[in-house]
Design a protein around this ligand. Sequence first.
Ligand code: GLU
Length: 302
Amino acid sequence: MGFRERLATAAVMAALAAVGAGCGGDDEEAAETAAGAATSAAAAAGEGTSFEAGTTMQAIKDKGKLVVGTKFDQPLFGQKAPSGDVEGFDTEIARELAAAITGSRDNVEFVEAVSKNREPFIEQGKVDIVVATYTINDKRKEVVSFAGPYYIAGQDIMVKSDNDTIAGIEDLNGKKVCSVEGSTSEANVKEQAPQAEVLLFDTYSQCAEALGDGRVEAVSTDNVILLGLIEQNGDAYKLVGKPFTEEPYGIGLKKDDTAFRTFINDELERMYEDGRWKKAFESTVGKVEKNTPEPPPVDRYE
Ligand code: GLU
């Protein structure tokens, strides 16, 4: 048995003992601690798992870091802090994947992606994965593959807090609406409010600015992106209506890299089971969304 295995075995045995002892009767909590202990054992060994030669996982391990395309200006999901760290639910998921491959959550490099360059970044090999509020859909599946989903958002509308003329998607007809080029949000507004005058930017933070200075009357994209922008703008804005689409967030990777996709799906399921997904959600999106949902089942599509 190697060093890493011994460490992991010790952790599992300690964890089992903790579960057995009941630790005051809260078995679920004990099980979560158990999972945490096993994870940190692997991380402490600093090695991660061993992979078959030639796999993307082994290539990332050899390189020593996971390169991740993510948003830098979306509070709750991917926001660059003054310290230079990029923080949010997407970056937490990415760090857990980096840990599973390399043995450390720190072996990750975040590259700023905007909506329209996510597929090109993957195709060109500029990033290993994209974790960036990235909706899984058939059109995108033609050029990249997706692990997940790890969250289901829904498209909604944001207006100034004192606006009482826009209450739903139909009301966007005839109005100036901001969205982002290359997003599903752009496509959905054009389809569901064909008379809307759609202004397109590269990022949703630019849309929030355009709403602030009156260039547009509404911004439309995923509810949780909007909630982050509302929080950031001191409640000058509000959400209206009900989500009118389903946006399953996936992890984008090179098309048909099935071994890598399966690895990520397996790791997502481990995160669901051992509480890391819940912890990641609650420490990020959970700041504004108090109801933690059940994680969605991963879709191992053919
Ligand atoms: N989830 C949608 C998409 O992937 C909108 C959010 C975004 O552009 O990142 O297009």
